[in-house]
Design a binder for this molecule. Structure first.
Ligand SMILES: [Zn+2]
Length: 363
């Protein structure tokens, strides 16, 4: 290409000036920009731009400086970015990689090159954000990334609640929620309590009451199985993916060989150093609710890599409100009021997840 320097003028100079202005190096309203003349101000701007980019700061726009100017004007969300040969480059790619890395999705070195690691990180992020995991970064993926920008390391509930400030407060209306009662008798009762209560039936009862609550809150509620029906977990996963729901709640009861073990726990997807940020948020809301509203012992929310959590394309939480092997807690399942209170607590937690209400009923 031709070289542009002090004294040059014309359409190309105007283009260069426009890009310098967009990158914040030149005042768009200055005399040189309106006349398209390469003078002192443009020279100063080019040198400052080159210096910031590790180029030789000679004030001359040649191929390297031109390519950098083009890359600098790429803003995340202004074009589709994805894996291709030769790889896409630009500041938008660098920003994407920075954001993915900050969220715990390893996207490779934080340069402006969209490589294989970046594509894998994008797919993983999409899958765990309930987006279709096509590896193409468009406006939906960018929006999801920006919403999560505040959560750099999800290690505490405080961080979860902080992240909600950036979420839209659109509530439960029209949200598609899939409810899954674990197991299914016959043939699979799940665990059976000391008084003979079947996990599958206790889960069905809670799921039914939870479904009614969610419908009251304007959600669209779908069920993975009918009462007394059994379907393998693999089919529950394909069902959830096909229905393209916003989230899935699977209800089970915990069990232990120690009859004293008691309390509530939740599970979300996590493997190695990766944790689903949405799954984490949802699980902690539900867990907090069970502990605070029902006074259950806090057995915490944990990351797991079960197929139901791993192979689903939306945030999923497995809820275990109690230990069915503990005689006292099994007794709670026979108390009609208890299942209703679990349903209220979990439905409100789901609402908080969608609403981004800062925190519920403190104290
Ligand atoms: Zn179970």
């Amino acid at each position: 290409m031709k070289l542009y320097r002090m004294g040059s003028s014309g359409r190309e100079v105007r283009d260069i000036q426009g890009r310098l202005a967009a990158a914040g190096f030149l005042d768009e309203s200055c005399q040189e920009v309106s006349s398209g003349a390469f003078g002192d101000e443009t020279d100063r701007a080019v040198r400052a731009f080159q210096q910031g980019r590790g180029l030789i700061a000679d004030g001359i726009v040649g191929p390297d400086t031109w390519r950098s100017l083009v890359e600098a004007s790429r803003r995340l969300g202004n074009r589709f970015i994805y894996l291709r040969e030769p790889p896409l480059r630009g500041d938008d790619v660098a920003e994407l990689k920075r954001r993915l890395n900050a969220l715990g999705f390893y996207s490779g070195k934080e340069n402006g090159i969209f490589d294989k690691d970046t594509a894998l990180a994008v797919e993983q992020f999409q899958r765990n954000s309930g987006l279709s995991s096509d590896g193409i970064v468009g406006s939906e993926t960018v929006e999801a990334l920006l919403r999560l920008a505040r959560v750099t390391k999800p290690t505490s509930v405080a961080a979860v609640r902080e992240s909600e400030k950036g979420l839209p407060s659109s509530g439960l209306e029209g949200r598609r929620v899939l409810l899954d009662a674990g197991h299914g008798f016959p043939p699979d009762p799940g665990e059976v309590g000391p008084h003979g209560t079947r996990e599958s039936e206790a889960a069905e009862f809670i799921v039914e009451l939870l479904g009614e609550r969610l419908v009251d809150l304007q959600a669209v509620v779908l069920y993975s199985r009918r009462r007394g029906e059994y379907i393998p977990d693999r089919r529950r996963v394909t069902h959830a993916n096909r229905l393209a729901v916003d989230l899935m709640v699977s209800v089970h009861m915990n069990s232990s060989t120690d009859p004293r073990a008691h309390g509530a726990s939740c599970y979300y997807y996590g493997s190695g150093n990766y944790v689903s940020p949405y799954g984490y948020r949802l699980a902690n809301h539900v867990q907090d609710g069970l502990v605070e509203d029902l006074g259950m012992n806090d057995c915490r929310a944990h990351p797991m890599a079960l197929p139901m959590l791993r192979d689903t394309r939306m945030p999923v939480v497995i809820v275990e409100p109690l230990f069915i092997t503990n005689p006292d807690e099994e007794g709670l399942l026979l108390d009609k009021g208890f299942a209703g209170r679990v349903a209220v607590s979990v439905s409100e937690a789901i609402e908080r997840y969608f609403c981004g209400i800062k925190a519920h009923a403190e104290g």
